[in-house]
Design a protein around this ligand. Structure first.
Ligand code: 2P0
Length: 382
């Protein structure tokens, strides 16, 4: 073993992001270039993040991401002297863990590839935009490179150089915004995103119409709502875009359906809740699965969680039903109960994760954060 050789190690974390204008469909499968731009909210890493350690050692072989190798080479040739004791021929070891349950249905590939791109770039001293590296792991991963509110511009160039993520507003921009993940089901989905969107591109005329005629205006509108912190506009457009994405799934042939009965009951609950208040106080969005992500403001969280508990009472885990940020027991008026007009379905929501908007990837430099042992293999706890 080449243990005398110096090596560099880096431990980083990257967040999960939730799209409010959805990405669905590629114009280039190889470069992972989308047919429309998309916009997401980065979730706080206290509740959902991927942590990875990348360790370069043991000369020979390859780097797993050709793009990083290319960027690193470019950087080397730009400099006269190489300050890093690192050869591009070193192998790398990668260890990766998530702090959120797989059952939460959150996009683990987005946080995982963003984390890998970020950590590799730190090890290899790459300082250029990492959108391309993360994107080529998983399209939506490029949006996890930034905190706050992030757009992935589809770009126009055939080589994808202008298909990049950029921050629209930082995580401090809208401190009242809250996110609730309603975990519905732990079942594995029938259709994966990559194959699902491929079939949609091939067969759905609605998806083409959406990409060409709907999303460009929606992107501009959504960016304006975020900048203005306009929850009415933000919430309504978030729900409409989620619904249109699921409509394109149904328009796909054979059809794809990611929502289940509980998802549809959540949609109903949100609309009844908003109708009772005479305004959009809560908004839902669903990705390629049945779990709901709810956006609301801090003054509405307690009442909405009470409405969810009333309509979807926990079966046996009452004390563990709510995870993440603390939520005070909320009031639920008889008028609101009556307005919801739903017979309770116990156990159909497994638990709720309460979180908020958060920052982009971080470097963890304390030794406890390391996932790989001195032999380059994962520590037993990983
Ligand atoms: C999104 N989704 O914008 C959309 C909404 C799911 C529904 O991005 O094939 O894992 O690796 O580029 O990024 C999920 O797709 O797919 C996704 P690939 P990805 O978040």
């Amino acid at each position: 073993m080449a243990s005398e050789k110096p090596y560099l190690a880096m431990t980083c974390t990257a967040p999960v992001n939730i799209a409010v204008i959805k990405y669905w469909g590629k114009r280039d499968e190889e470069l992972i270039l989308p047919i429309n731009s998309s916009l997401s909210v980065t979730l706080h890493q206290d509740q959902a993040r991927c942590q990875e350690q990348v360790r370069a050692a043991l000369p020979s072989g390859y780097l797993p991401l050709p793009t990083v190798r290319r960027l690193a080479r470019k950087r080397r040739s730009d400099e006269e002297e190489d300050p890093l004791p690192l050869s591009l021929n070193y192998k790398v070891h990668v260890a990766s863990v998530n702090n959120f349950p797989t059952a939460a249905g959150l996009a683990s590939s987005a946080s995982g590839y963003a984390c890998l791109a970020y950590a590799l770039a730190r090890v290899y001293g790459v300082e250029s935009d990492l959108s391309e590296v993360a994107r080529r792991g998983s399209g939506s991963a490029c949006r996890s490179l930034y905190g706050g509110f992030v757009e992935w511009q589809m770009g126009e160039q055939a080589d994808g150089k202008d298909s990049v993520a950029r921050q629209v507003a930082p995580e401090s921009h809208w401190p009242e915004l809250r996110v609730l993940i309603l975990v519905v089901s732990a079942e594995k989905k029938l259709t994966g995103s990559t194959v699902g969107m491929q079939t949609s591109v091939e067969t759905s005329p609605l998806l083409r119409f959406r990409a060409e005629a709907v999303v460009p205006a929606r992107m501009a509108e959504m960016i304006r709502y975020v900048k203005e912190r306009n929850f009415q506009g933000f919430g309504e457009l978030t729900m409409k875009d989620s619904n249109q994405f699921h409509a394109t799934c149904l328009d796909t042939f054979p059809p794809i359906s990611y929502l289940n009965d509980t998802s549809r009951r959540i949609i109903h609950l949100v609309h009844r809740f908003n109708a009772h208040h005479g305004q959009t106080k809560v908004a839902y969005t669903f990705d390629a699965g049945p779990n709901a992500v709810i956006f609301t403001l801090d003054d509405t969280v307690a009442e909405f969680v009470a409405a969810v508990r009333h309509s979807f009472p926990p079966e046996s885990n009452g004390d563990k039903f709510l995870k993440g940020l603390p939520v005070k027991p909320g009031p639920l008026s008889d008028e609101l109960k009556a307005a919801l007009g739903m017979d309770p379905t116990p156990g159909s929501i497994k638990y709720i994760i309460a979180t908020q908007v958060g920052p982009g990837p971080q470097i963890l430099d304390h030794p406890h954060a390391h996932l790989l042992g001195p032999d380059g293999l994962p520590k037993p706890t990983v």
